[in-house]
Design a binder for this molecule. Structure first.
Ligand SMILES: [Zn+2]
Ligand SMILES: [Zn+2]
Length: 334
């Protein structure tokens, strides 16, 4: 497990974030080989200036001689440094591959890759988390005021929860925290939440499900009343769907599930064989997908449900009658 702690800081120090190898090495030291392989890409055009190793105060200008020699010349006045001999490799500009970093983070935390540049500098959407597809956003800024501007604009644009990543947390001040809290957004820094494996993969220190638990919709158990209402409607339907000799399914349901009588007692009451009652209970089980014994759990709800249904039907009939009365007695259906 390689730690790439300096890399996260470097992303907030190098403009772009990009630079020639010696600039990256100056920031990340021995992490360079690992981060180059994992997250950087070479720009097609070489650098036209070169950072001065002596800190003379200028960026040396790259001069290509006809014999192929390349030198970086000090532009200070008065002139300070000797020319630097360079190779093509020295002049390759490495920049952060947002796509590589985004994919690595998606793999580490387990969100769906969903790309898209946002109309904000140094800010991209890198994923959508969970069933609610909470936007996951990565922003890389070099100035605290720019960072705060991005947070404010994200809060105003998205108006709902989002997950914001940045390389470090050093720009998160009280104002940022308030803005994030107002829209129930969460901030996470890469520095303390991921490590880089020897294979060049990012590994989450805490699994995404734990870290982003509050962004997942709560799984609600259906209310017992709703379960009961659904079961009742299905049972009522059984009687209307087919002609069944008495006792009706609903009658057996009332006695067995609501009054909680035994099958024998129900058979006695309905003056039929126990086998007939068992048959009706089987129909209830098949239709509702629930054991009739289980449905007894909701017995206290069924009376209320039946009352509600009766009442709503009565008011329906009452309305119809009123309409019928207006049209004349012969139109009345009831
Ligand atoms: Zn110099
Ligand atoms: Zn100089």
């Amino acid at each position: 497990m390689a730690e790439v702690m300096k890399f996260w800081r470097a992303l907030e120090e190098l403009l772009g974030p990009s630079g020639v190898a010696c600039r990256w090495e100056g920031r990340v030291g021995d992490e360079f080989a690992a981060v180059k392989a994992a997250f950087l890409q070479a720009r097609p055009r070489p650098a036209v200036s070169y950072p001065c190793p002596h800190g003379c105060g200028c960026a040396h200008a790259v001069v290509r001689h006809e014999d192929g020699r390349m030198v970086a010349v000090c532009r200070c006045d008065p002139w300070n440094c000797d020319d630097l001999r360079l190779s093509e490799a020295d002049l390759v500009v490495y920049e952060l591959s947002w796509a590589k970093l985004g994919r690595a983070l998606a793999g580490a935390f387990g969100w769906a890759v969903k790309g898209g540049a946002l109309p904000l500098p140094g800010t991209v959407q890198i994923g959508a988390y969970g069933s609610a597809a909470v936007p996951v956003i990565l922003t890389i800024q070099t100035e605290p005021s720019d960072f705060r501007g991005v947070v404010a604009e994200l809060a105003a644009r998205l108006r709902g929860p989002f997950i914001l990543f940045a390389p470090t947390s050093r720009f998160v001040d009280g104002t940022c925290q308030e803005l994030l809290a107002n829209c129930r957004a969460g901030f996470f820094d890469l520095e303390s939440h991921v490590s880089l494996t020897a294979q060049g993969n990012l590994q989450a220190r805490k699994p995404g499900v734990e870290l982003f638990a509050r962004f997942l919709p709560e799984e609600k158990e259906p209310l017992p009343e709703d379960v009961a209402r659904k079961a009742f409607k299905l049972i009522e339907q059984l009687d209307s769907d087919q002609v069944i000799k008495p006792p009706s399914v609903l009658a057996v349901f009332r006695l067995y599930c609501v009054k909680e009588m035994t099958a024998d007692q129900v058979a006695q009451k309905c003056r039929c064989s126990k086998g007939t009652i068992i048959n009706r209970l089987k129909l209830i089980r098949e239709k509702t997908g629930t054991e009739p014994d289980e449905l007894r759990r909701f017995s206290s709800h069924f009376d209320q449900i039946e009352d509600d249904i009766r009442e709503s039907r009565a008011s329906h009939i009452h309305r119809k009658r009123l309409i019928g009365d207006n049209k004349g007695p012969e139109d009345g259906e009831y």
